[in-house]
Write a protein that binds this ligand. Structure first.
Ligand SMILES: *Cc1c(COP(=O)(O)O)cnc(C)c1O
Length: 349
């Protein structure tokens, strides 16, 4: 079965080999205060910065999920008020989640066929979901830069869970970026990375919140020596390091995925009765492709695909029944895409 689910998705084919290697080298049993761990952690961070073009003065943390990052941001970075732009289920969830943790909050829903329009705000944390996994829309680097320019004193936090590692993000445009590894990084779930600008670190230190096990102040202290306050997912960090060692730089991967996205658009055009969920191509995500049709057609195609060994992603939230989603993630090969396309073409001509 090949998983085209947009997370958890297909993992890199080298994963079994790297897991065996980690076992053979004793890495699965190392202490997280040991020199061996520090070496792996430091190398992983250096590789992330190098391969993803993350500014040197940004700090990278290891946490367990993107959802945990929502919580850390609410508990450690919001002074009085947060503002949430969203046009889909993940952005809305982040808003709903934060509402329970923070005194003052503002939502800015926007239409999924239109661009996010940056506003000036009195919020001290602004939240954007860069790649909306539920509906296949994305926010450009330019728009993110514009939000920050309009609100230089606010901490701009960006959920890039289904794009980081697949899209060339301009990290210097925002203060907090996060993603879990089961999407574009092609790894098993259970690890997330959170990337903070000097301004975000300053805010955390200024607020000095220290009432949670994952308060940012604790994490900052430990990360000075490349450690974490809790015992982290060492195996997953190792797998991240090993896959990054063989990864192309993000500009190359970004171009590859854009090419594949364009191929998908042409392919979808040839499927009778099926369309991309979003008409406006300028807001399309390149990594998550939602394909819409009737309830009946969607149900049938998903079932038939499964029999043939292709796992298609279910639709999400309000699009659960009239779409299926396809991950356009780096670990998926051209051949696998070709096979899925041949199958869909056969069914839908
Ligand atoms: C998958 C996803 C999440 C949730 O990730 P977890 O690792 O399950 O916490 C959050 N935001 C977006 C945009 C996602 O795609």
């Amino acid at each position: 079965m090949i998983s085209f689910y947009p997370g958890p998705s297909k993992v890199y084919e080298q994963i079994p080999k790297y897991v065996q290697e980690a076992y053979d080298k004793g890495i699965v049993s190392i202490n997280h205060r040991s020199e061996e761990f520090v070496e792996i952690s430091q190398k992983t961070i250096l590789l992330l910065k190098e391969k993803l073009n993350i500014p040197d003065n940004y700090t990278i943390f290891f946490v367990s999920s993107a959802t945990e990052c929502w919580e850390i941001i609410a508990q450690s970075l919001i002074k009085n008020k947060s503002q949430h732009y969203y046009n889909g289920a993940f952005g809305e969830k982040w808003y709903e989640y934060t509402k329970k943790l923070t005194p003052s909050i503002e939502e800015v829903p926007f239409n999924l066929e239109t661009f996010l329009i940056p506003q000036k705000s009195d919020a001290d944390v602004i939240c954007i979901t860069q790649n909306e996994t539920s509906n296949g829309t994305a926010i450009s680097n330019e728009i993110i830069a514009e939000v920050k320019q309009k609100n230089p004193d606010a901490i701009l936090a960006v959920d890039a869970t289904s794009s980081m590692g697949g899209v060339a993000l301009n990290f210097s445009n925002a203060d907090v970026w996060f993603a879990s590894v089961q999407k574009c990084f092609g790894l098993p779930a259970g690890l997330a990375i959170m990337i903070c600008s000097p301004q975000a670190i300053e805010r955390a230190i200024e607020l000095n919140r220290n009432t949670h096990y994952n308060s940012l102040t604790f994490m900052i202290d430990k990360m000075r020596v490349y450690q974490t306050p809790f015992t982290p997912n060492v195996l997953s960090i190792y797998l991240l390091m090993r896959t990054l060692m063989h990864r192309e730089s993000i500009s190359i991967i970004d171009t590859q995925l854009k090419t594949r996205y364009n191929q998908w658009i042409t392919m979808i055009d040839s499927y009778n009765g099926f369309n991309h969920l979003i008409k406006n191509m300028d807001v399309h995500s390149t990594t998550v492709i939602p394909i819409a049709s009737t309830f009946e057609q969607i149900k049938t195609i998903k079932q038939k695909a499964k029999v043939e060994g292709f796992l298609l992603g279910n639709g999400y939230g309000e699009w659960a029944k009239n779409t299926f989603r396809i991950a356009n993630f780096p670990a998926i090969t051209d051949e696998e895409i070709q096979n899925l396309h041949s199958f869909l073409l056969q069914q839908l001509k």
